[in-house]
Structure formats: C-alpha cells, structure tokens
Design a binder for this molecule. Structure first.
Ligand code: HEC
Length: 123
C-alpha cells in the first residue's frame, strides 16, 4: 500500500510538472508570436495584376461579364475596385459568390480579402 502511494505521488508530480511546463510554454508563445489568425494578412502579398485579377477571371468572369447573367461586370480594375467591399462580403465572408458554388478556397479568400483590406490597390 505504501509503495502504491509513492508510485501514485510520483505520477501526480510528473503530471503537475508537465502541466506547468505546458502552461509556461503557451504563455510565452502568446506573448512572443501572436496566433496566425490574429494577423491573418501578415506575410500575404496579394497583388492585383498577379493574384487578384487571375482569380476573378477564373472564378467570377464567366458570369460577371458584359451581357453575362450577373448584373455587373468584374473585368477592369475600376469595376473591381468599385465593388471591393461587396466582393469581400459576397465571396470572402459569406461565400454567396461564386453563385451556385463552389466557394473560394481559404487561400483564394485570403488573397482577395487581404488585397481589399490593404486598400484594393492597382498593384
Ligand atoms: C454562376 C454565375 C456567377 C459567378 C461565377 C459569380 N457570380 Fe456574382 N453574381 C451573379 C448573379 C446572378 C448576381 C446577382 C445577384 C444574385 O443573383 O444573387 C451576382 C451578384 C454579385 C454581387 C452583388 C450581390 C451580392 O450578393 O453581394 C457580388 C458582390 C458578386 N456577385 C461578386 C462575385 C464574385 C467576387 C465572384 C467570383 C468570386 C462572383 N460573383 C461569381 C452570378 C455569379
């Protein structure tokens, strides 16, 4: 019985030690490097010509074209910039667009959302 208690106490101490070690580690990480989702546009370098336009050509323009089934075209920078906040709402936040799906992938949403958050520049 005594042996058993000693053994259990050992496990208990090991458990406490591990728990404390883990807590300390988490705290340090939280201070030193914020979780990726808190700064989700950090390191995302989304450019209009290289990233955004090809994405919109691929995922939006078969409807958002003059004479297409969508009520406005998304072809030029000016057209896209004018609708930037609607585009973010429709395709990044709520996945209403592309109409009928499939929704943009997480990576595509990041490109579009971070480009818009960065001021929707013609870059
Ligand atoms: C299959 C055709 C189709 C595709 C693909 C499509 N749209 Fe649309 N879109 C429409 C139609 C039709 C409307 C008119 C409103 C409606 O019917 O919902 C519309 C409306 C919109 C609107 C305004 C209304 C709203 O819901 O906010 C935005 C913004 C928009 N589309 C953005 C996009 C973006 C960005 C893409 C590509 C990621 C895209 N759409 C792809 C058909 C499409």
């Amino acid at each position: 019985m005594k042996k058993m208690n000693f053994f259990s106490t050992g496990i208990l101490f090991a458990f406490i030690a591990l728990t404390l070690a883990n807590c300390g580690g988490d705290k340090e990480n939280a201070i030193d490097k914020p979780k990726p989702e808190e700064n989700s546009c950090d390191g995302v370098n989304a450019k209009f010509a290289a990233n955004v336009l090809p994405l919109i050509q691929d995922k939006c323009q078969h409807c958002h074209t003059p004479g297409g089934i969508a009520p406005f075209a998304l072809q030029t920078y000016d057209q896209i910039k004018a609708k930037a906040s609607n585009i973010k709402d429709a395709a990044v936040i709520n996945s209403r667009m592309p109409k009928g799906g499939p929704a943009l992938t997480a990576a595509e949403k990041k490109i579009l959302g971070c480009w818009i958050d960065g001021g929707a520049l013609n870059n």
